[in-house]
Design a protein. Sequence first.
Lengths: 433, 555
Amino acid sequence: MKKIFQNTEACIACNPRPATALSRRAFLRRAAVLSASGIVLLSPHAWAARSLETDSKRRLIVVFLRGAVDGLNVVVPHGEPAYYDARPTIAIGRTGASDGLIDLDGHFGLHPALAPMQTQWRDGTLAFVHACGSPDPTRSHFDAQDFMESGTPGVRTTQDGWLNRSLAAIPGTHGPTEALSLGPTVPRILSGKVPVANIALGRAAERPMPMDRPVIEAAFDKMYVGNDSISRAYRDGRQARMRLIGELTQDMTDANAGAPSPQGFSDDTDRLARLIGRDPTIRVAFMALGGWDTHVSEGAAQGQLAGHLKPLGEGLASLAKSLGPNYQETVILVISEFGRTMHENGNGGTDHGHGNVMWVMGGPVKGGKVYGKWPGLSTASLYQERDLAVTTDFREPIATVLRSHMQFTDAQLDRVFPGRPRSSGNVDGLIKA
Amino acid sequence: MVGEESKQDRILHVLNRLAFGPRPGDFEHVSAIGPERYVQEQLHPESIAIPGDLSRRVNDLHTLHMNPIALFIEYQRPINLARKDAKSDAGGDKASLKDATKDARIQQRVVMREAVEARMMRAIEGPRQLQEVMTAFWFNHFNVFAGKGLDLIWTGAFEETAIRPHTFGKFRTLLGATAHHPAMMFYLDNWQNTNPGSPGSKGKFEGINENYARELMELHTLGVNGGYSQADVIALAHILTGWGLPKPAGGGGGANRRPGAAGMPEMAGMFPFMRRRQNFMRPGTAAVDPSGFYFDESRHDFSNKTFLGHQIEGGGIDEGEHALDILARSPATAKHLSFKLAQYFVADDPPKALVERMAQRYLATDGETRAVLETMFTSAEFWDPRNYGAKFKTPYEYVVSCVRATGVPIRNYRPLYGTMQILGMPLYACQTPNGYANTQDAWLNPDAMMTRLSFATALGSGNLPLENPPFEEDAAGGGAAPRPEPPAVPRKGGGKVNINFDPAPHGPKMTPPDPVQLAATLGDYFSPATASAVEASPTNLRAPLILGSPEFMKR
């Protein structure tokens, strides 16, 4: 859960969707400002039995890179001379150069700041889908994020998010910790019918809320005794809090667990892994990271983008490790609202573009491969002669994950993505059979 | 003759529905004049005096009284000019661009803060409560999102001039005011809606954008099943071509133009005429409405259209006015609006017969909101005791009603705004054009209950920094002042509990509400379970328990 009372107009004023900047300093500052308290979990008996009829532990984690990450510098098409022509100061050097790319398949290479993820690439649990994105032409962060979270590009009136609809499509009642959001508020992608538990980012996650005082709890307990929906919601919320307090007490007695790691993002991913390890009812989790809108001084192997990719790569690699056996049942998607211009601009940066790369990681993933249909970078093949084209609709890999990993039927997929495009075949085989 | 208990119920009912719950003294006032007269009083707000102190504080919010053009010149143009300068310098002075932009963004947040404060101080303290309820209702009906580009600086002005003055009048007037406001034109993209091939068509103004036309029918007037077709959407979009913002002087568009930074998309080249301000309203040029609305003939489709079975002769802006007339007079609109009003004021699933009578009154009065409200407020359905306390408060209603009940003076609205945000209902930040729902299924969930009770606990214990003006952002370029981490006190069991949420932990936060006064304000209206839990608790916990009681979750 979270806390209130501070994070105010800043949110609409500068950033309608709170996103986390990745530097460690930013993380710490955020933790101090938001000072929310955590919620959730543990002691896997209570509603494990109640919330889900199936005993599946299959999970989906979505990481949203808000601000439009430059996919062409994340998974670099180093086999295309046009790439180097278009980016005289921000291209990543070829494999073998100092600070050069990590070659993936002879045509694509990984940004060197993502070196920690080589482990997952080599063990075949990391894949990418390139030239992937939204069919909607918008270059507005607002609209594009909205569409990618609602899952209905071009339709503005959709109220809920596709991740929430994914849970809603699973039959049965839904417990209060099935959907987990790391951040101060419920994001668009998780808004909807199924209840969502929030935990704050950073140290704030481990701080209690004002009502977590036994005398207050006991008094409220006496008021919310009825069988009406408000009383039931209260009691569900209280159960979640009790599990949290149990976890907090446990952590406080364990010096290592209670101390935040110095890694910033890794700290949050470690906490997420711990929660998943202890609460089998968590089915989906979401976190957003900001700082990708690199209009100015993007940098190449070093610099702004590299500085953001490094903790992200470390955090994801760390998440893979700390999930332990749960990694085999978990798929992690990294998405961003659109890509950036192929040509660097006059400020050593890139502007809002179109196609991007989607990251897909986890035990069930048939990785070690860059999926998708590569459109090429010749001027004629670019979208509006300036951006990487979209050859795979972002809903397609997600639908594949839901179908092959979460075992959704077509009817369920239709509810998650109404009007979804027909399969292009571009991501066939993305999930192990 | 109604019994005493029933009279108490009726008093609380009108205060819960026509107001945001009772403030100290309200219960006595309604008791003295009777609920029926209270309804009439609230339907005619001009007869209710506004306290001088409240008027003064509202007047002091100076950006609230600026028109969109002035707001643009003051708060957006500096950013555009800095960008232009940075571009024209070879290499550009990026540091100064960054500083100028940062300062301007801080200033822009002041505009938003003042809009939030104006709304909340009137809702909390204002005696014209139905006016405040209806302002919130109509704003939500004609929602714009302050997080989208220029609407950050225009949303407050939109509410102040397009919504607030028209809450009780003819719906057509309200509809027209929103259609002529740049905040709406920008939010629903109609400022780009252009007849392809028209003389003014170029760059980003090159085609039809149906967004506003669709929402105008689906959300603002006819309703989703209001009997229009896709062909009507397209016809209306053509009718509304050229409705938008003042015309860029030259070029300005172009697919390859560098888009703006996050949150202020694509506005860098807009309004270049602003740089020669003295010219743009000179005699002989097309006058620019100070509201910032502009009809651009050069992008309009002057052909004849068929819209909802009506022939509309090509004639410029008059076509749009004609279309708005048709929409406002439609029985589908009468029904759609009546349903929404009855759902807000009576029950989540409003009685059909009542909705029908309201719709008839709407049509009979040519869409006069006050008359429709009167039909509702004098109906048997509104006064049916089964509907008392039947609406689960939205986060906005819960927060406002809590603060009203305590009567605590507010000088810092951040904790209230933050609470609404955590609960998923930040003011002026609903992204989708359909606005926030007001039904229980939208807002009741386990997480929300814990947050509400934590807010009730903090407010009822006097632990919110409501009486101290908030830390201001440092406009001199220092960014936000450092905020120390809230102090924590040792907790039994080894953990720590925050009891202080003060971002600036200096000086008194607020006076804790007196539970006896609080109970009296609410008419001492509690269930046996609540009453016994409150009585069994120490004095300092009684106010939190009252504010967190199940009955106070509802209205």
